[in-house]
Write a protein that binds this ligand. Structure first.
Ligand SMILES: Nc1nc2c(ncn2[C@@H]2O[C@H](COP(=O)(O)OP(=O)(O)OP(=O)(O)O)[C@@H](O)[C@H]2O)c(=O)[nH]1
Ligand SMILES: [Mg+2]
Length: 454
């Protein structure tokens, strides 16, 4: 018999209400046992005020609201109960220990409720992943992406592709078995254009600048530049809190400091880095720490979606040579400490001619809003252009690439039997994204990322 699982679904600690969730064949029996009421008292989707009593110690646990969802309703698709308790530590503890004492009950693993919903066909895999994304969403746009995916936006695309392929496969197989005299060339002339069109659609879907993944994980913005240019000051100003140490000494920041921000609905990981000081690179001892910091800064710059290069306006017309080496046409150039600067000298403009620099003064809070808007516009260019649903995980990308490879192979296959085999493999790859085909090996990996109680 399947275990009945339970877990606290709200965060541990004090709260107004704590929700404990139970799912499995004994959900209703447990509700009846703890409340001392007959099974028939409870009807599906109805809340009831109950007094819960520990079946072993006979101590009162709490006066609580309880709801029952008969299978196949509710989230998991199996019988389930939810208890809305007073959110105190002792109440929750005694509830969990009472549940543990019931025969056939055990604590749920992370993500196990959602896993059961998947296994009972309530959600496909992309929708189950969207549940985790929705819980982790920190910005409005992340939330929108997760809700769209939960609503089946991705499933619909992959299922329609799988359906097109399955239909083509049926035609090929029918022709292999019962060749049609009226079609001397077989069905391939009809099937090939369909496969070609699908390859094109999959390529377009894949060529999305990793939009969905960036929206899920955050756009990476690295703040780099010479020591003392005011990078940490700028990061603190954008984060609106003191995350990094600021000092008049060069080489204050040694390690990377990542801050997660919400800029205009876009999730951003802003990284403060060590000032680039070429004479420190390759140094040993104390200086070696700075040297390592610089190495990490350069690596961060390399990996970033947006490179923000900060120059010290007080040093003009001198431009830090090491920073200049990192300028490309996509670099976002910022001059800080501009409170006393009129205009940029022509010689300086020439050196950064491809870029449109932004003049700011962190100390006087000038130009920060313009800088913010510029960052947001750049992020829109990177991830926000299209309304089409976008894949959100590397796993989706790999399966789509497999699918595309099989389809490309099918176009060059020597015999219709081999075409059929490749198309069958392509359908399987799509099925692995939504979980329609054997994905047992994937499940542990996917549901491990969930929290307990979901
Ligand atoms: N005049 C002026 N000084 C500033 C401004 N912004 C920062 N500073 C000062 O510049 C100095 C260096 O600032 P930091 O933010 O520590 O510079 P950093 O680029 O992070 O330096 P490192 O971590 O050493 O690479 C501090 O004394 C700041 O107070 C500004 O807009 N105007
Ligand atoms: Mg710093």
């Amino acid at each position: 018999m399947i275990d009945t699982i339970y877990a606290l679904s709200t965060p541990p600690g004090q709260s107004g209400i704590a929700v404990v969730r139970v799912s499995g064949p004994k959900a209703l029996a447990g509700l009846s046992l703890l409340s001392g009421r007959a099974l028939e008292t409870f009807s599906t989707y109805k809340m009831k005020l109950v007094t819960l009593t520990d079946p072993v110690s006979r101590e009162t646990i709490d006066q609580a609201m309880a709801a029952y969802f008969a299978a196949p309703g509710g989230f998991t698709g199996e019988g389930s109960a939810e208890y809305f308790l007073h959110g105190g530590v002792a109440v929750v503890d005694s509830m969990l220990s009472a549940l543990a004492s019931i025969d056939g009950y055990r604590m749920a693993e992370p993500g196990e409720f959602t896993r059961r919903a998947f296994e009972n066909g309530k959600l496909d895999l992309t929708e189950a992943e969207a549940v985790a994304d929705l819980i982790h969403a920190e910005t409005s746009l992340q939330k929108k992406q997760a809700l769209d995916q939960l609503g089946g936006a991705l499933s619909k695309i992959y299922e329609s592709w799988a359906e097109t392929l399955t239909r083509s496969l049926a035609h090929i197989e029918a022709d292999l078995e019962f060749p049609d005299e009226d079609l001397p060339d077989g069905v391939m002339p009809q099937v090939v254009p369909k496969i070609e069109k699908l390859i094109e659609e999959i390529s377009e879907h894949l060529d999305d600048n990793r939009r969905g993944e960036r929206m899920r994980d955050g756009v990476r913005v690295a703040v780099i530049g010479a020591p003392n240019a005011g990078k940490s000051s700028l990061v603190n100003s954008l984060a609106q809190r003191d995350v990094a140490i600021v000092s008049p000494h060069e080489g204050t920041t040694r390690d990377i400091i990542d801050v997660h921000l919400n800029l205009g609905g876009y999730p951003v990981i802003l990284s403060d880095t060590a000032g680039l000081r070429p004479d420190q690179i390759g140094q040993e001892g104390q200086e070696g720490i700075e040297s390592e910091g610089i190495r990490r800064a350069l690596q961060k710059a390399e990996e970033a979606d947006i490179k923000m290069l900060v120059f010290d306006a007080e040093k003009l017309p001198q431009l830090d040579a090491h920073s200049l080496d990192l300028v490309s046409k996509d670099t976002l150039i910022v001059f800080n400490k501009c409170e006393n600067l009129g205009a940029l000298p022509d010689s300086v403009r020439k050196q950064i001619s491809e870029c449109d620099p932004i003049m700011i003064s962190v100390n006087e809070n000038r130009g920060i809003e313009e800088l913010l808007q510029t960052i947001i516009v750049r992020m829109k260019n990177i991830i926000g252009r299209s309304e089409a649903p976008s894949l959100t995980r590397q796993r989706h990308r790999e399966a789509l690439l497999d699918c595309k490879n099989s389809l490309n192979r099918s176009l060059n296959a020597a015999m219709p039997e081999l075409v059929a085999e490749d198309v069958r493999l392509a359908v399987r790859s799509l099925g692995r994204i939504t979980g329609r085909v054997d994905v047992e090996d994937l499940l542990d990996v996917i549901f491990r990322d969930f929290c307990i109680g979901k």
